[in-house]
Design a protein around this ligand. Structure first.
Ligand code: NAD
Ligand code: UDX
Length: 464
């Protein structure tokens, strides 16, 4: 029986290793974390993250070949393969602050493996890391290995997107496995290939060298985010010219060289990965004395910030240049639909701008708690303090409650339940101040139909 340990029971470690347990009943999977509350939640009926299809998979295998524990050391000792799936956030202070990845969690986990392992291990870098991080992990591990213990290191970046994690993991476009190009490296790589090919077609499990694998992860996220910033830049031109961004995206996307995906204009991309990973690439480019390359990738983030600010300005301008004391219903707070994750959500930036304009914001999101919203809005760097949030923000239990008495409704997240078929927009209109404004930051509403009801509608990437 193969024993797998995954260090880090977060959005990646939890689902990705739960799927391994689900697909390979003869593989023992133990997911560990230092955070006792998180582990308790994984062991309860209410899992710590919301992800469609995750409950079924965890409940099917938990206690059989899938375990969650804070006993990190024992899981390391028992494991043949160890995934390191800890967080790698942007550094907040010190060298590279605001850009470089904070590798302290990676180093701590690596040192723990080195300290407690009593047998040879394959250590798998699952977290997204700067190119050549595996080298540092290897140095730490090798400094602690003896002739009886070997550590082989692999890079196996994760490409799941939140909200679709289970289908992405079950049926991925590809799995990357990078290794050192040595006989031992290839042998370690084969062990992981043998796990994934249990349910993924062989041709989709791509093997390559360690550094290419590490860089491919940053590159893929940068390219995806770049497409969104590109369509968002075009959305500004559409608004000024009368072109329709959905039509432009369709026209461009039908070119098979461009393709239709990731061309949906929006209020701005969010999530824990895109901004962090691009900034990481920017930092790497600067470190390599490639300032033009750094500036090129930085512009993707700059455009995203601009898009969020542009949308807020449009709200304020349309509401007769003042939102002071106006009630603004914000539908959606998560960074995308089908997740409760709010990290880097555009909604946070929007709220912060609107609070500074003295608006009253009524927020409803089906999967984000009031506690989380308040925590996000009072984080250092957001620009709003607890007193301001208490005064200006109300968290509501339904879209109807948020919209009652509102001057404007803003769609921040594209949840299906906000679509025209799901919400009674006539009822919402009747309950709002007049004129009643709608700002569609996700292009999910039918503007002509809303205008028939009486709404004044403003949509990203459209002038009418
Ligand atoms: P997360 O913050 O949800 O989870 C990380 C977990 O690791 C936390 O629960 C933390 O307590 C735990 N941890 C940290 N140090 C530890 C240690 N020494 N021992 C045990 N546990 C420890 O983060 P995440 O979203 O799962 O992301 C993890 C990595 O995967 C990051 O590098 C991220 O960039 C990458 N990634 C994330 C996504 C995504 O959609 N969230 C997708 C692809 C890749
Ligand atoms: C992303 C990558 O897609 C995934 O491969 C990687 O492993 C982690 O980072 P994630 O951040 O979970 O996944 O979600 P994603 O679907 O990529 O969306 C990111 C942000 O871009 C969201 O705010 C989303 O609303 C926005 N987006 C996405 C757009 O604005 N337009 C689009 O066309 C697509």
């Amino acid at each position: 029986m193969v024993n797998i340990c995954c260090i880090g029971a977060g959005y990646v470690g939890g689902p990705s290793c739960a799927v391994i347990a689900y697909q390979c009943h003869d593989v023992n999977v133990t997911i560990v974390d230092l955070n006792q509350d998180r582990i308790d939640a994984w062991n309860s009926d209410s899992l710590p993250i919301y992800e469609p299809g995750l409950d079924e998979i965890v409940f099917a295998r938990r206690g059989k070949n899938l375990f969650f524990t804070t006993d990190v050391d024992q899981a390391i000792i028992d494991a043949d393969l160890i995934f390191v799936s800890v967080n790698t956030p942007t550094k907040k202070t010190g060298m590279g602050a605001g850009m470089a990845a904070d590798l302290a969690y990676i180093e701590r986990a690596t040192r723990r493996i080195a300290q407690v392992a009593t047998t040879s291990k394959v250590v798998i870098e699952k977290s997204t890391v700067p190119c050549r991080t595996a080298q540092s992990m290897r140095t730490i591990l090798e400094a602690n290995s003896n002739k009886n213990i070997r550590f082989d290191i692999l890079s196996n970046p994760e490409f799941l997107a939140e909200g679709t994690a289970i289908s992405d993991l079950t049926n991925p476009d590809r799995v990357l496995i990078g290794c050192l190009q040595t006989p031992e490296g290839f042998a370690a790589q084969q062990k992981l290939v043998d796990i994934y090919t249990r349910w993924i077609p062989k041709e989709r499990v791509i093997t390559m060298n360690l550094w290419s694998s590490e860089l491919s992860k940053l590159a893929a996220n940068a390219l995806l985010a770049q497409r969104i910033s590109s369509i968002n830049a075009l959305s500004a031109i559409c608004e000024a010219t009368g072109a329709d961004v959905d039509e432009v995206a369709y026209a461009c996307g039908t070119d098979s060289r461009i393709g239709p995906k990731f061309l949906k204009a929006s209020v701005g991309f969010g999530g824990s990965c895109f901004q962090k990973d691009i900034l990481n690439l920017v930092y790497l480019s600067e470190q390599l004395f490639l300032p033009e390359v750094a500036a090129y990738w930085k512009s993707v983030v700059t455009m995203n910030e601009y898009q969020k600010m542009r949308f807020t300005h449009r709200i304020v301008r349309t509401l007769f240049n003042t939102v002071t004391n106006k009630r603004i219903a914000m539908l959606g707070f998560a960074f995308k639909k089908d997740t409760g994750d709010t990290r880097e959500s555009a909604a946070i930036t929007l709220c912060s701008y609107l609070i500074q304009e003295h608006a009253r914001i009524a927020i409803y999101d089906p999967k984000v708690s009031a506690k989380q919203i308040k925590m996000d809005l009072t984080e250092p760097g957001v620009g709003t303090n607890e007193a301001e949030v208490d005064k200006h923000v109300q968290v509501c239990q339904s879209a109807y409650e948020a919209c009652a008495g509102a001057d404007a409704l803003v769609i921040c997240t594209e949840w299906d339940e906000f679509k025209m078929q799901q919400l009674d927009y006539q009822k919402i209109y009747d309950s709002m101040q007049k004129p009643a404004f709608i700002f569609d930051g996700r292009l999910i509403l039918d503007a002509p139909k809303l205008r028939e009801i009486g709404f004044k509608v403003e949509t990203i990437g459209k002038s009418i």
